[in-house]
Write a protein that binds this ligand. Structure first.
Ligand SMILES: Cc1cc2nc3c(=O)[nH]c(=O)nc-3n(C[C@H](O)[C@H](O)[C@H](O)COP(=O)(O)OP(=O)(O)OC[C@H]3O[C@@H](n4cnc5c(N)ncnc54)[C@H](O)[C@@H]3O)c2cc1C
Length: 386
């Protein structure tokens, strides 16, 4: 019979590894299961993490490959507006090294890692959670509680009576050689990334990540993006290798049950404005670890105790997610000429000072709420959108 762990975390991504680090640090015996041979393999991600996340969660800085200070937004007709924050706004990490570094922190606190271990079956008993790699697996992993941190698409939540996130968009991206890219560039327009946006993000030297999110036909839009005048002329990679992944745009209805919590992208804890999931997933993972610590102290992992986790994370990011979703829906209804006019507005002194005052890399609610009340913006949206 296997030993009983306090906590088993399924998935060694940013959310799972941070949760494991914190539960191990709190003295709970912690096991992390990762289906690949190491953390951070086969990841499709730009790797942008805001400055606040590094400060608040004391994240490792060794995997940082670039720091970002300015963003230029290009409208469909080529107008642009550049926002320079005057200091680092965010950092770009190498996800393989970042996920590994977080795993290293968890290991240094005593967490055990099992790689090449794909958790396929999960069952909650009155005394424990049992995890198996297959139906034939007669030696299940046992824990007092489990954290599902698998990213989007696992059926483990379903096996314990929970749902996965229902609404998704697709992210298509490639790492390329691109000349003369100094700042982040964002490209807007119906023909570029309908309802969302495309980007070019500088890494080290002339390396860059180029990609987009959109609801449909992402591979076609990605090929079109490579022909965007700002990209085509500077691209030095003949055939960029595109990766395609779904990203949830809404949270799951319920993220806890007896002995089980769901964290990170598996719970839809992703910014609804930009589809960035690393910081929100880790913030919520920290709340999951805190709840597990309290449950262990009471020796009670029932859903009544674990419900504190959901209350905490919805309180922290729930309103932000709702506001971001409303903005995305409104933005999706704008025509290209309205987007042109919005980008034009961004060059006005009063708008620039508003953005300076309210813009935060990870929290967009104040800026959205205030902007939506601006007469100039209402003018742009004369079609009666809001
Ligand atoms: C194109 C693109 C660009 C993006 N850019 C950014 C960005 O710049 N910034 C940002 O914040 N977010 C970005 N995101 C989103 C971000 O990548 C995810 O939200 C983030 O990786 C979620 O972290 P996670 O820990 O929840 O899950 P994941 O990072 O998906 O980690 C889950 C881990 O669990 C493992 N696993 C899965 N199932 C099992 C199983 N059954 N058993 C064992 N192991 C399992 C996986 O192998 C993986 O290691 C981007 C997404 C896309 C598609």
């Amino acid at each position: 019979m296997n030993p009983m762990f306090d906590v088993v975390v399924i998935g060694a991504g940013p959310a799972g590894n941070l949760c494991a680090y914190l539960t191990a640090k709190a003295g709970l015996s912690t096991l992390v299961l990762e289906e690949h041979e190491a953390a951070g393999l086969f990841v499709n991600c730009t790797g942008i993490i805001g400055k606040e996340a590094f400060q608040r969660l004391d994240l490792p800085t060794e995997p940082v490959v670039n720091s970002l200070q300015a963003i230029t937004f290009y409208s469909p007709s080529g107008r642009f507006f550049r926002y320079d924050s005057g200091g680092p706004l965010a950092y770009v990490v190498d996800r393989h090294r970042f996920d590994q570094a977080l795993g290293g922190l968890a290991q240094s606190e005593g967490a055990e890692f099992r790689y090449n271990c794909h958790a396929r079956l999960i069952r909650v008993d009155p005394q424990a959670v049992e995890i198996r790699q297959s139906e034939e697996d007669s030696n299940p992993i046992l824990a007092r509680a489990a954290v599902i941190a698998t990213g989007f698409g696992s059926n483990l939540p379903l096996q314990v009576g929970l749902q996965g996130p229902r609404a998704i968009v697709y992210g298509a991206q490639a790492e390329v050689e691109m000349e003369g890219l100094k700042d982040v560039e964002i490209y807007l327009g119906k023909g570029i990334a309908p309802e969302a946006f495309a980007w070019a993000v500088p890494l080290q030297g002339s390396r860059a990540r180029v990609g987009l999110v959109t609801q449909q036909k992402a591979p076609i839009h990605f090929q079109n993006l490579l022909q965007h005048p700002r990209i085509r002329e500077r691209l030095r990679t003949p055939k960029p290798k595109m990766l395609l992944s779904p990203v949830p745009t809404e949270t799951i209805d319920r993220s806890f049950t007896d002995r089980v919590l769901v964290v990170g992208e598996a719970a839809g804890q992703v910014k609804t404005t930009t589809q960035g999931g690393i910081y929100y997933g880790m913030l919520c993972a920290a709340m999951a670890a805190q709840t597990l610590r309290e449950a262990a102290a009471q020796d009670d992992f029932s859903s009544a105790v674990l419900s504190a986790y959901e209350k905490a994370w919805r309180g922290a990011i729930g309103e932000e997610l709702k506001m971001g979703l409303s903005l995305r829906q409104l933005f999706g209804r704008l025509s290209d000429s309205q987007i042109d006019a919005m980008v034009e507005l961004g060059t006005r002194d009063d708008i620039i000072s508003l953005v300076r005052r309210l813009a935060q890399f990870d929290w967009h609610r104040d800026l959205i709420e205030t902007s939506l009340k601006l007469p100039a913006l209402k003018e742009v949206a004369k079609a009666g959108l809001w």
